[in-house]
Design a protein around this ligand. Sequence first.
Ligand code: SAM
Length: 241
Amino acid sequence: MRIDVFSIFPEYLAPLDLSLIGKARRSGLLDLTVHDLREFTHDRHRTVDDAPAGGGAGMVMKPEPWAEALGTLARGEARPTLLVPSPSGERFTQAMARELAGQDWLAFACGRYEGIDERVYEHAATLMPVRPVSLGDYVLNGGEVAVLTIVEAVARLVPGVIGNAESLVEESHEDGLLEYPVYTKPASWEGRDVPPVLMSGHHAQIERWRRDERLRRTARRRPDLIAVLSSDALDKKDRAV
Ligand code: SAM
């Protein structure tokens, strides 16, 4: 998968060199480039922002550097999907991460200040698919943290990035439920025991216990997820929990 990120703070994306994502980059599974938006300015001060039209607080990112930067992605036949982090975008979910993991090329435009001039969205949409994406209902200082989150959630679903693909299957949000509680050794610690069923070696019972815990935890912590679960996602024993 190819990923291009445009930001006025390329250093903010340094963690993408670490851990499994860094390894995937070094092995060639991920071809990820971070571009400095200021490289696409032509004045002495490398200006990327200006006062908001109509007045008001803060600054707005100018369209010209963005048009030039995004234009570099539209030279050949292939085009990326452009994801623009924004608190007014579509909510980022595990389902969207799965969908994006199937694409060959993603690009990200990191906003700062009060955001990017709206005409950039319209212009970019004439060149490539554009999706404004929100991490959640709160406001960050810039799109970089959102990009770190989205790239990590997407890249770990790209085949080969995580060694044991099975570990991805039972995770929270894959099928609408949260994950069951997990434990490791020692069997007893500070007066607290690992649930005996997990030490029983009885696979069917372990499976049932995990399923019950997923249902209980989801109902307790995220009743909104249970409310939208389709009825065929539940079996008879689930309904008894
Ligand atoms: N004035 C904007 C508003 O009220 O919608 C907020 C701008 S915010 C200070 C600057 C940048 O941070 C945004 O352009 C966006 O790139 C990023 N950002 C802030 N909150 C975000 C969120 N919840 N999800 C994704 N990106 C976010």
